[in-house]
Design a protein around this ligand. Structure first.
Ligand code: SF4
Ligand code: SF4
Length: 301
């Protein structure tokens, strides 16, 4: 597989929070988990999905006859998308005069991705930056090891943001080409973790342990979510787990609602609007606790 193809939801140039230096972050379609606080919900399904932006829609009905699935209809002056019928063919996208539609991802080859990434090659050299793979779960993409290999050939530093909720064989296949792993440790209670995210704690921790045994550079990250894991006893337990796995580099991510508008575009309910967004100050006590326990804790992206 010389030039594998991927479902890419977006490419963000000039990022400073997803690994060292200036980075280009490539977001991929598809994730095995279903966290309610996900800020990229369009990346969760393993196929492209249709987004419809209500404020761009003037309910002209122009799109309705173009849908081969009869998924579109006007009801009481509003456009309705029957998500169960939509096959993400994209035929409605170009016919909307307001540009209300888009598909969540497009197919890009590794060559096409790297052509975008290399536009900032001078900045990577100056800052130690490079390519970060994110998502979704980037390691669910077939051929991702080829993309990472090609990035190393181009002298880029590589970072992978992963759930680690997948077979170790996949992690092993990319290990030679990854400089930095950013892995989510969302909870220390296996039942809560499974119920709220779908992740198997034993699988995640086993994978982290194996990566540490291989000398991988692992940073653990916890999104601090008010009803889920923000109390100090839960965070203490998560930090203990990290230390037991031999990881000392830690990032706390305060809860935010920046992805909220995307849920409306996907026709999905956003279930966390009642929760208070957190500031760095709100998680400073937790960060201090982690530092007292021996972790190198940073707050932020
Ligand atoms: S993407 Fe295709 S199937 Fe889905 S609503 Fe648009 S035209 Fe219909
Ligand atoms: S064509 Fe665009 S503006 Fe018109 S009803 Fe369809 S989505 Fe709305």
């Amino acid at each position: 597989m010389d030039n594998p193809k991927f479902f890419v939801t977006s490419i963000e140039r000039g990022a400073y929070h997803d690994g060292p230096g200036l980075r280009t972050v490539v977001f991929f379609q598809g994730c095995p988990l279903h966290c309610a606080w996900c800020c990229n919900p369009e990346t969760q399904p393993f196929r492209p999905v249709l987004l419809h932006e209500g404020k761009r829609c003037v309910a002209c009905g122009n799109c309705v006859p173009h849908c081969p699935q009869q998924a579109l209809s006007l009801r009481e002056g509003r456009l309705h998308v029957d998500r169960a019928q939509c096959i993400s063919c994209g035929r409605c996208v170009p016919v909307c005069p307001g540009g209300a539609y888009s598909l969540s991802s497009e197919i890009m080859s590794s060559e096409e991705i790297l052509a975008v990434v290399m536009k900032d090659a001078d900045y990577y050299r100056a800052t130690g930056g490079g390519l970060t793979l994110s998502g979704g779960e980037p390691l669910c993409q077939r051929g991702v090891e080829v993309l990472l290999f090609q990035a190393k050939q181009a002298n880029l530093t590589t970072c992978v943001e992963t759930t680690a909720a997948l077979s170790y064989k996949v992690l092993e296949s990319v290990l030679p080409y990854v400089d930095y792993f950013y892995i989510d440790l969302k909870h220390s209670d296996r039942d809560i973790l499974l119920r709220e995210t779908g992740a198997d704690l034993d699988l995640v921790t086993s994978n982290i342990g194996k990566l540490m045994d291989k000398g991988a550079n692992v940073t653990l990250r916890t999104a601090v979510i008010p009803w889920y894991n923000d109390d100090l006893s839960t965070l203490r337990s998560i930090f203990h787990l990290a230390l037991a796995l031999g990881v000392t580099t830690y990032v706390l991510l305060p809860f935010h609602q920046l992805g909220r508008a995307k849920y409306a575009k996907l026709g999905r309910p956003y279930t966390l609007e009642h929760l208070k967004t957190l500031t760095p100050e709100d998680v400073s006590e937790a960060a201090s606790l982690g530092r007292q326990m021996g972790l190198d804790v940073r707050i932020g992206g």
